[in-house]
Write a protein that binds this ligand. Sequence first.
Ligand SMILES: *Cc1c(COP(=O)(O)O)cnc(C)c1O
Length: 343
Amino acid sequence: MNNFAKIDTVQPFLATDYDNWQAELADGVSDMGELYQMLALDLSKQAYTPKHFALRVPKSFVAKMKKGDGNDPLLLQVLPDAKEAMVVAGYTSDPLQENEQKPLKGLLHKYKNRVLITTTGACAVHCRYCFRQHFDYQANMPNTQEIAQIAQYVANVPEVDEVIFSGGDPLNLNHRRLSAWFDAINAVQNVKTIRIHTRMPVVLPSRIDEKLLELLKNSPKHIVMVLHINHANEIDETLQQKCQLLKQAGVTLLNQTVLLKGVNDDVDVLCQLSHTLFGAGILPYYLHILDKVQGAAHFDVPIERAVMIYWQMLERLSGYLVPKLVQELPHRPYKTPVNLYAK
Ligand SMILES: *Cc1c(COP(=O)(O)O)cnc(C)c1O
């Protein structure tokens, strides 16, 4: 019998309990005991405290987990596990060798027509499989002057027509900072599209507020938002409403998923995800093979198994609901489609 088994109410987590999204962000869970208490789990079974990359998850995301289930697919994405400390051959701290492709601080220019900016190191949620968990964000976060330098760089390379705000999570930036990024990039003629890669609508939906919607609506560029959802249980009514507002602001909504052992390496789970995404107005974009980052080996799905699952998805889903199965290989000028015919 554990101490928490009798507790069956989750502590306040509704957005209406907070003055604004930043207050809600600050109230995220970073203590294992608190997480276990909220979920009525037995803490004695999980004693691992990571030295780097601490537990971090907003309460609204915890509220989507099933109580009493230590294998909940949302919980597994955020729960530190002793297996992270294992050293596994082939798993490194910079699996994409990104450290070599930075023309300016915070700017990755790997693919011809698009650049990616690490606008911030912070995220509302720490996903245990994160491929940038060892990234030196302090050394890579542009300041105000550097924002101008990046905009200048983009203006000087006419073939760049898309700028990707990434991170960390760009929606972790406050409104003033995010506006500064938009102002700088909105002014670059050759840029047609601004893309935001974010998990915020999923883990902290209150972030999609009026000011953000105005910022997106008022940009002269096409706006694409790539969400990061790994399981249908992450999608609830609140998220659907926020997606509706984003669409009304003219935003194109896409989703990328990482194939994760124990979380979504199952054809039923992935087909349900595609259907639920579509119901929320989001189209599946990528299904990623896990990047081989130190600490995440226990999430890896062998490529043969990934391909087998993917063939089943092709059989069951309408074409537009099938994400592209890709992997990132260092030094390739694109994300590489997985060979479905390899033996
Ligand atoms: C993933 C990625 C992009 C975007 O690639 P798409 O295939 O257009 O989604 C751009 N730059 C970098 C460095 C990336 O890792």
